[in-house]
Design a binder for this molecule. Structure first.
Ligand SMILES: *Cc1c(COP(=O)(O)O)cnc(C)c1O
Length: 462
């Protein structure tokens, strides 16, 4: 499979090259040149398989040519071995027709582990074969960073630097990033918000001297390998509720649009998904856009669901690419306009987006109420991001179509909000109960590209 950039000006790459590169050199995001379609009888054949077997069958056409079959199977086995639930992504029933897809049984308690654990193994195998090493820099609103540090710690072919907004991640998130002692991983607390971290990261990728001198690689959700790993659980969940013989809908707590975009690809691959519902908190640029107001940046307002406190959703560019009929020129133009604040979406592209996506926005109060009511009615304690999803899902349920809400993090990752809403303190799973006692290691750094690049170069040189 070849990979192309959403902006049309970067070379076509193999899966392995696109994965190791992250952001395309024209500023765009890589996508497969064609979306492979899985015939309905093959989708039916996924019923009853293990998560790992489904993962292999769903992802293989995307990676073929970069990895051998046995090698890829082994990578998948390795990636999910550290999850503490045999089903990896179990489904729980909330009420008659509403299900929770629990994606928080990985090592850092959020869905990011599904992609990051896989990508860690893929990088290690690919780099070893090449006799190469890379520097991974990531920006995080909390969960990506902890998942990346956990996935890459101790691997000899990579150094990892994670930028996170100082004071704007939960204590559990911070400790998951600052307590691993391995010398190849570094947590950087940036004096700014998540969008500042993300834009510093983009600028590093566009600084070709720096990019080449440190062999910069990215594992943010712009990395197509991340999106790919997330397609798998849409299949496993839908099939266990009767797909392809029955349609299902998904509601996805959304920030950078990576998770829900994986659902869109699952649909394009032939999985019978009825609606894909974008759930946002008060940082609602996607909801405003999908309801016809255009895509215009606002200020990021900190919320109790901080992993969704995002104004510019990187992966939305991929959805726009398809909505504009794969017109890379049009996408480039929109991204130019975004630099000056935003853009209107054309009527044709709006219609295309609406064919697949609905959206809803949830206030802070509604989030707290939903945590409380979900505990009262279904005996499930959910994290604030998941609560945003549940509320929007309830507003978008259709008769006879099961709704699956993605439970994106474990409640113990956001104990303050959960306790405020429910009066219940969510305990950490026993395997990480000493998290609060482990020593922390963190570097505070200015919101300044030069300072960040200098620090990274200095650390690698050592
Ligand atoms: C990252 C994250 C999200 C948002 O996912 P995107 O792929 O960025 O849309 C939602 N909830 C949690 C808990 C997350 O960590």
């Amino acid at each position: 499979m070849k990979y192309i950039s959403t902006r049309g000006q970067a070379p076509e790459l193999t899966f392995e090259e696109a994965m190791l590169t992250g952001l395309a050199r024209d500023g765009g995001l890589y996508l497969p040149a064609e979306i492979p379609v899985m015939p309905q009888d093959q989708i039916a054949g996924l019923a009853g398989l293990t998560y790992e077997e489904i993962a292999f069958k769903v992802m293989w056409p995307f990676v073929e040519g970069s990895f051998a079959e046995d090698e890829f199977r082994e990578i998948i086995e390795h990636a999910y071995a550290g999850f503490d639930h045999a089903a990896r992504a179990p489904l729980k029933q909330l009420n008659e027709n509403h299900f929770l897809l629990e994606l928080f049984h990985g090592p850092t308690l959020a869905f990011k582990d599904f992609a990051m654990q896989l990508i860690g193994q893929l990088f290690q195998v690919a780099l070893k074969r090449r006799g190469d090493r890379v520097t991974i820099v990531g920006a995080t609103s909390g969960d990506t960073g902890s998942a990346a540090i956990e996935a890459f710690r101790g691997l000899d072919a990579v150094d990892v630097f994670i930028l996170f907004p100082d004071g704007r991640v939960s204590e559990v998130q911070r400790r998951q990033m600052t307590t691993p002692a391995d010398s190849n991983v570094h947590a950087l607390a940036v004096a700014g918000d998540f969008d500042d971290c993300q834009s510093a990261l983009k600028d590093m990728f566009n600084d070709f001297d720096f990019r080449d001198s440190v062999k910069l690689a990215g594992v943010n959700s712009i990395n197509f390998a991340r999106v790919l790993a997330q397609i798998v659980y849409y299949f496993s969940a839908a099939v266990s509720l009767g797909a392809p013989h029955r349609k299902v809908s998904f509601t996805v707590p959304t920030g950078n649009f990576g998770d829900i975009f994986a659902g869109y690809l699952a649909k394009r691959m032939g999985l019978p998904i009825d609606r894909l519902v974008v759930a946002t908190n008060q940082n609602d640029i996607l909801h405003r856009c999908l309801t016809g107001e255009g895509y215009f940046k606002g200020d990021t307002i900190p919320s109790i669901s901080p992993s969704m406190d995002i104004q510019v959703s990187s992966n939305f560019e991929r959805a726009l690419f398809y909505a504009y009929g794969e017109d890379a020129g049009a996408v480039s133009q929109l991204m130019e306009e975004l630099k000056n604040g935003g853009f209107k979406v054309s009527q044709g592209a709006m219609e295309s987006l609406r064919e697949n996506f609905d959206s809803g926005r949830v206030s802070e109060d509604e989030t707290l109420q939903t945590i409380q009511s979900t505990l009262a009615h279904s005996a499930e304690l959910v994290c604030p991001h998941t609560a945003v999803g549940i509320k929007v899902a309830e507003d978008h349920r259709a008769e006879n179509v099961p709704m699956i809400t993605l439970a994106t993090a474990h409640p113990a990752k956001f104990p303050a909000a959960v306790e405020k809403a429910s009066d219940v303190h969510p305990p950490l799973p026993s395997r990480m109960s000493d998290l609060y006692e482990r020593p922390e290691r963190v570097t505070r750094i200015a919101n300044n590209l030069g300072a960040i690049e200098k620090f990274i170069k200095g650390q690698i040189a050592e």
